[in-house]
Design a binder for this molecule. Structure first.
Ligand code: G6P
Length: 618
């Protein structure tokens, strides 16, 4: 949520800044801006809307200089207007800064600074930091021998007064060679080049520039000049940091012939699921193996409860995990919204394992929920896509998805990879408990067949297109499924809401009778997820109930289903797989349905309004 970039070195800063912001655009795209040191002043460019608007502005009116900062915004305080776009200027132009996070005590600070004569140009919380820093700078004495130290001291004093979260990059009018970056609660990395340094919210802008990276941790400040960089603790002195080698994920973030990233990522699922399983299925012991759980067999064997937590689509995969782990491993599972868990303070028994599910590894609520449970002495593990992300680092161990970069804001391949990892974990825990060798072998065979089943499911695209054309003007949709396909109903509805802005509700099919059936009429399609399985007949009966009330029915059914054609108005067929793997197959047509409906409604599929891929604020 909000992306930050910074450059200091001997090259022109502008091209790195604009390109870096393009790569961070998934974090927000309400407005963007940059500030470059141009000799005696800090020159800014700001623009409402997408990065391309900023790019064409700097093309028409270039800014030259070798030190600069940039920002792409997801609005928290104040609408998406130019005055609210970052960078924000402090005092009379003494500094420019970009901020990611939320300053909770901004109003009190704003009142205090306004009382001292500071004029505010924006509605943002971020501008407060800029003026407060100028105030501290004006009151900081020169430090003999090292003029930069005065600036560092002023930043330290300023940060100590902030309540909330921040990732910051700051440039100063009177220090043409100095940039200071700081982190608390919002991710920030430093790229270490040859005589040049980069600052960024994540590693993606560094590709092609350097593979040496420092992950700043909370309360750290980086002081960067073309000659070198150092890292300090906010309240103490210098700290030693490791320069790590950046692991560039394969599957570069380009469209590769697809019209949208979301479509590309939907089609990548056979491969991303294969990658999630690679090296993790053990035929010898008929189980799964995980290299990074960092728990002893005794600790794993004594697990008595599992908590799965996450947000958005990751919360839906947690629901799938609940069915998987309870059925295959017989371990009681609770699924928690991370945003609730972090404050709810539920009693958590000893021997409880807490899994945080997250594509980005940066979701603020998921990070906070894991930290809180870890602080209380529970083991925390991450099921995460982005390597070395904040959640991956905060957890005691975990499992990477290896799904490759997911750029479309609506999550698709990360979801199916999470479900796949959860199925392997269920196999793993199940084999430590009651599952027989033969049962383990059967599950492995089913898992191995899964990528092909997903590939076949993608063949429904033409039928889905026709269904989309028929229903894309509907104002409401119901999504209904039972057991393993109840989370699919929720996820299908979420996909539609996210990218086409149609109101959609996911419900357990049988629960429909207790409320949503009142919504059924000839204009409200009901999407039933009804592959053959234990509750098949019951769901068929629910379909009849909707049909009897004149509601149009779209069925997601197995390829061999003999019944649904008789009841449903439209049938989308997918390969029949065992029930525990159905969520990974039945979601595919629903992803495609939301995609095609969004296109027909003229929506921006990859960057839906108001959303961001990585939600780093509460
Ligand atoms: C945002 C994204 C969703 C995502 C959710 C959780 O809302 O738009 O697509 O599911 O955050 O993100 P995470 O990275 O933790 O899975």
């Amino acid at each position: 949520m909000c992306g930050i970039v910074g450059y200091v070195g001997s090259e022109q800063a502008c091209s790195f800044l604009v390109d870096g912001l393009r790569r961070l655009e998934y974090r927000g795209y309400d407005s963007s801006g940059l500030a470059i040191h141009t000799g005696s002043t800090l020159t800014t460019r700001r623009s409402v809307g997408r990065i391309e608007a900023l790019a064409s502005q700097v093309e028409q009116s270039p800014v030259t200089g070798c030190l600069g900062i940039g920002h792409t915004r997801w609005a928290t305080h104040g609408p998406a207007t130019e005055p609210n776009a970052h960078p924000h200027i402090g005092g009379d132009g003494e500094l420019a800064l970009v901020h990611n996070g939320v300053i909770e005590n901004y109003q009190a600070l704003k009142d205090e600074l306004a009382g001292k004569g500071y004029c505010f140009q924006s509605d943002t919380d971020s501008e407060v930091i800029a003026h407060l820093l100028v105030e501290n700078l004006r009151n900081s004495p020169e430090v003999n021998g090292n003029p930069n130290l005065r600036y560092v001291n002023a930043v330290q004093l300023t940060l100590a007064r902030l309540q909330g979260t921040y990732g910051l990059a700051i440039t100063f009018r009177d220090r043409s060679n100095l940039m200071i970056a700081a982190r608390f609660g919002s991710p920030l990395v430093v790229g270490v080049g040859q005589g040049e340094y980069f600052v960024s919210s994540d590693a993606s802008p560094l590709g092609g520039h350097t593979d040496r990276i420092v992950y700043l941790t909370d309360h750290q400040l980086a002081v960067l000049t073309p000659e070198g960089f150092s890292v300090l603790h906010r309240d103490q002195g210098k700290v030693r940091v490791d320069i790590q080698t950046l692991e560039i994920e394969s599957g570069e973030a380009s469209l590769q012939g697809f019209d949208h990233f979301m479509l590309k990522e939907i089609h990548e699922q056979p491969e991303s699921i294969r990658n999630a399983m690679r090296g993790r299925l053990d035929d010898q012991d008929a189980t799964a193996v995980f290299g990074g759980l960092n728990l002893t067999p005794q600790q794993l064997g004594s697990v008595e409860r599992i908590i799965l937590t996450g947000c958005g689509t990751s919360w839906h995969s947690a629901l799938v995990g609940e069915y998987l782990l309870e059925e295959l491993a017989r371990i009681p599972v609770s699924v928690e919204y991370a945003s609730e868990l972090r404050y709810r303070n539920p009693p958590i028994e000893k021997n409880t394992l807490v899994f945080g599910l997250t594509q980005s590894g940066e979701t603020a609520d998921t990070l906070a929920a894991l930290r809180e449970t870890k602080r209380k002495g529970h083991r925390t593990l991450a099921i995460c896509n982005v390597i070395a992300s904040s959640i991956a680092q905060a957890a005691d161990g975990g499992v990477y998805l290896h799904a490759g970069p997911e750029i479309g804001v609506a999550s698709t391949k990360a979801y199916t990879s999470q479900c796949c990892v959860l199925a392997m974990l269920a196999l793993y825990f199940g084999r430590m408990r009651h599952l027989s060798f033969e049962q383990g072998q059967q599950i492995i065979r089913n898992l191995r067949a899964l990528p092909n089943a997903v590939k076949e499911a993608l063949d429904c695209d033409m039928v889905v297109k026709e269904v989309a054309a028929k229903y894309h003007e509907s104002a409401n949709f119901l999504y209904l499924g039972r057991q393993y396909n109840f989370p699919t109903a929720l996820e299908g509805a979420l996909k539609l809401k996210e990218i086409s802005y149609i109101h959609a509700e996911g419900y357990p099919a049988a629960e429909m009778k207790h409320g949503p059936i009142a919504l059924v009429d000839s204009t409200t399609p009901s999407v039933f997820i009804v592959p053959q399985g234990t509750t098949y007949d019951k769901v068929i009966a629910n379909m009849e109930e909707v049909k009897a009330r004149g509601g149009p029915i779209i069925a997601i059914a197995s390829d061999k289903d003999p019944l649904v054609d008789r009841i449903a108005d439209d049938v989308i067929r997918v390969p029949q797989v065992p029930e525990f793997l159905q969520p990974i197959v039945t979601i595919v047509p629903l992803q495609l349905l939301s995609y095609h409906i969004a296109l027909l409604r003229g929506c921006d599929v990859d960057k839906p309004r108001n959303l961001a891929k990585s939600v780093t604020v509460e």
